[in-house]
Design a protein around this ligand. Sequence first.
Ligand code: FES
Length: 356
Amino acid sequence: MLKRWFSRRSTFQGVLEGKAFTLAAGETVLESALKAGVALPYNCQVGSCKSCLCRVVSGEVRSLVDLGYLLSAEDIAAGHVLACQCLPQSDLTLMSAAVATNWVPAQIKQATPLSSRVWRITLSPEQAMPFLPGQFLQLCHQPGADVRSYSVSWPSNAWEIVVDVTLREQGRVSPLLCDQDSVGRTLWVSGCSGRFGQADDGKGPLLAIASGSGLGTTLGLVRAALARNPYRAVMLVHAIRKRQDKFDVAELQRLQQQHEGFHYLHALSQENEGKQHELVGRFTSWLEEWRSLYPYQKYGLETRDWRAVICGNPGLAQACQRGLLASGVLARHIQTDCFSPAGTEEKISNNKELVC
Ligand code: FES
């Protein structure tokens, strides 16, 4: 035992796309790579955003998280790991997913402002990009450059991928996208991935909460849920600051007209008076009474039967998650997809942070 302890190595040799660096035994692969100045895309560093996805070409790592919850069976079988969540167990040869991924050129076909802060960008990829509602794609100006992740918005199809982007004046990427002059520019996109919303079993009523640009993704999940069961009880809440921040209202109205169990609300944190379909104040201040906001009580719904999907900034998502759990919604029925907070685009490599 003592002999084995002393024989443990404290460092290993790492090679990432031909660049050699030292891996410390007690550090994650990402930590060692960053210390050595090796460019490896990353974002959340908590195992959620998948920006640091790597393929282990040779060697062994120990994952700190159960990858079965985070990656597809195909990814795991192909040797993919999350660099921020694994420790080296031997010398390693790695390939970052940014290189391993098939990047596809995609032209910006449309760039349309939806509100004062959110733009809808339509990309026309050179090959079909099938996706599931709730998934996200990666985008960069050229392979090897900074990578950003954006959730797929509801108007997408395999040949026209739509993403809703929050304009951050100080950001490095969003000002280039949120600009009508960007139309015609070619970017590079990777295939859609992620599992947000896919654990919905379609059985109970659905509470969908979105903040800001998260509405497009949330609408994708709601539309899929109603396509599966047109009579399902669904309440969608869009948390925004002001009335002028609303978008996709026509689609919300259409769903309300076509599905008798569908109800939507806007939670307006910076308005003093509410009209029809509006709540005044942050949605988090309504959490204790969220059940009473659903008007069709004839459905006789039990709190424990509700499913919830929450897509937006981490503060709102975490508060909603806590509030729903406290009210009796089961943890296994809550799915969250958190974006990075506004203003952090300079600091992190992705705009999206799946941290909850
Ligand atoms: S940086 Fe590793 S999963 Fe986000």
